[in-house]
Write a protein that binds this ligand. Structure first.
Ligand code: 8YV
Length: 311
């Protein structure tokens, strides 16, 4: 008999097909009232498949007394109740490493886009404004200072990309990493003060909540740019909007927001910010690799009792 698992939401066809081949999959998102369904049938399921964006709530976890494994599509664990899962001995699988390159590429895309004002220039051409005169000068990227908040797996790939642009790299983490060749800044404010570009790649969750606040943005200064490809929660969005509106920082490139997919109207109105719909890992290649890991984590768990990779 195939193990019975719940699928939280619609998944890429590739992943859905692989899941159905091995598991007895119930599409929870098709239930009119998922909580009522779980209250009646929750005890039937030992596995749960979700994504980093939606995760699983503690309330749902409580309705799944036989749950043994959660397999999440994505590396972020902000939406996963790790303590509650650990307390019940539930294994949690995520998809680290395979998305490092694409997320780092996106971070660099945002660095270049916001500094050289490429998306704004595209709007300029489409509006026909080129016929009226030249586009204003922008800011050079190569040779500048790149500060990284969160020099983990993705952060280190961002740092490698920066060396191709002859950029100096420093970072701030909870603690210094003796294995890396970059200067550690003891506070985020000192990193922001030093940097021309502050790139946020730290994990989300309570420990990093609103770390990038008004003081950090003030330290980044009117010539500094902020790029965020981690989680909206790491940045105080209200402080960021104010900093962009008043010129306290030069610009921002954002792939993530506090309340996705809702982007504050005040950000939409600004030209010194590049806004992306949380697409950093969204390439055919990376999403395929992530999908394979979701299945591998489940397969490994049902074969050995442990997932292959997790938070
Ligand atoms: C995905 C992500 O957008 O891995 C993560 O943590 O945020 C992204 O890769 C997400 O998991 C897809 O729903």
């Amino acid at each position: 008999m195939k193990p019975k698992i719940l699928q939280h939401l619609h998944m890429p066809p590739l992943l859905a097909t692989a899941l159905h081949a091995r598991y007895d999959v119930h599409p929870l998102w098709e239930e009119a009232d998922p909580q009522t369904f779980l209250a009646a049938h929750g005890a039937d399921f030992s596995g749960y498949v979700t994504t980093a964006r939606f995760g699983i709530s503690e309330a749902t976890l409580a309705l799944l007394p036989a749950l043994k494994v959660i397999s999440s599509f994505g590396v972020g664990a902000e939406t996963l109740p790790l303590d509650a899962a650990r307390a019940r001995g539930i294994a949690v699988g995520t998809t680290p490493e395979v998305l490092n390159d694409c997320v780092a590429d996106t971070a660099f895309g945002l660095v270049i886009d916001v500094a050289r004002r490429l998306s704004a220039a595209d709007r300029f051409v489409r509006r026909g404004d080129w016929l009226q005169g030249q586009y204003p000068l922008a800011t050079q990227v190569s040779g500048k200072r790149l500060g990284i908040l969160g020099l983990g797996r993705i952060g280190q790939v961002v740092a490698r990309r920066a060396s191709g642009f002859d950029m100096e790299v420093r970072y701030h983490n909870r603690r210094p990493n003796p294995a890396v060749p970059y200067v550690f800044e003891a506070t985020l404010e000192s990193l922001a003060n030093w940097a021309d570009f502050l790139v946020v790649v730290s994990a989300g969750g309570p420990e990093t909540r609103k770390l990038v606040n008004a003081d950090v943005l003030r330290a980044l200064g009117p010539k500094g740019f902020l790029v965020n490809v981690s989680r909206g929660s790491v940045v105080d969005e209200e402080a960021l909007v104010q900093a962009l509106e008043t010129g306290a920082i030069a610009g921002a490139g954002l792939d993530v927001f506090e309340d996705e997919p809702r982007v504050p109207q005040r950000l939409l109105a600004l030209d010194n910010v590049v806004l992306l719909p949380h697409l950093a890992s969204a390439t055919h290649e990376t999403r395929q690799a992530m999908a394979e890991m979701v299945v591998q984590n489940l397969d490994a768990f049902y074969a050995t009792g442990a997932v292959q990779a997790g938070p």
